[in-house]
Design a protein around this ligand. Sequence first.
Ligand SMILES: [Zn+2]
Length: 420
Amino acid sequence: MHWLTFTFLCALALQLAVRIWFSRRQTAFVMAHRGEVPPAFAGVVPLADHARAASYTAAKQRLFVLDSALGATLLLWLTLGGGIDTVGDWIGRTGVAGRFKETLHVLGVFSVLGAVGLPIAAYRTFGLEQRFGFNRTTPLTFALDTLKGWTLAAVLGGALVALVLWVMASAGPRWWLVAWAAWSAVSLLLMVAWPRFIAPLFNRFSPLDDASLRERIEALLTRCGFSAERVFVIDGSRRSSHGNAYFTGLGREKRVVFFDTLLSTLSPGQIESVLAHELAHFKLRHIPQRLLVSLVLSLLGFALLGWLAERSWFQAALGVTNPSNATLLLLFVLVSPVFTWVAAPIASGWSRRHEFEADAFAARHSSAGDLADALVKLYRDNASTLTPDPVYSAFHDSHPPPAERIAKLRSTFADGGAAR
Ligand SMILES: [Zn+2]
């Protein structure tokens, strides 16, 4: 057995084992704390809601383990099981050839992944989310969303794959550098275009114009040097009762987006504080920082891809008997996560630091007390667990554990941080 085959099998087994171990830890910890609301939330989050959040967390973890096991099995089939070759044969039988065939080969493998994942996605919406009372998606909306998502992936993904394959074939020995430049340009373009052209295909975006809010929102935006045309509300309630707010876009296309479901439960002061938190991600330049890191990491990725392209053992050791540029790309994209997941705690830790920074910014420019109250509502209404396992949370969570986050805000509040 080639050393890479062996390493890949070990890494895949380790990844699955660690995922299951983490998942069990999280479920056990959450269930052990099911019977008592943590002190920081006593009186605000009823025990019944707290217990329901625990059951919801456990149910999500069970689905996650099933999904991980299915993903690992599918990856084994695609690689050592010869699945990538098989899909290539299917595409070859249609009579297409050349770069078009290679592009279809890549899309074909992702279609298999999408098709196998579809029952899980359907169960998540109509089983899990339905059972806990969150689902509002109709089967028709689900079907249309899936269709739109796949069409978009085929068109945009297909164009990007075709571009990279063309560069690989025609840009000489340093093709990986050219491919990285093309990849980066397309990623930047998508970041700018996504909020304006693509997100509206799925949701309706309307301006946040509530008379009772407008004055204080505009005052906050002026204080933070942001324009009011950049704050939107989306009709998230069409699909789910989960509420949230997020920031997106780049340059002149940056936006803060509120779900209507969140907006309807918050007071004007709480809305302002959540907006201040989201604005902080722009003001503190979190987006360019993340972008820079992802550009550097993708450069390393393309350099490695360029090196692997010259190593005939790479594809052979991972089960491809009929190698091409398409299978090289496929293997690289499918197999890298089996090794890169170990960096998850670094990414999560960095993200949690950004969240704390954004909370501190919101406390300075709006109200720490209002933000804390808004977060408690968000946790309660989304049935987010208030008691995550500390080890699980440190590894996986992009946001700080609720108790820690609220405690930090409350102490700022006590220090007079709420003063404008
Ligand atoms: Zn945030």
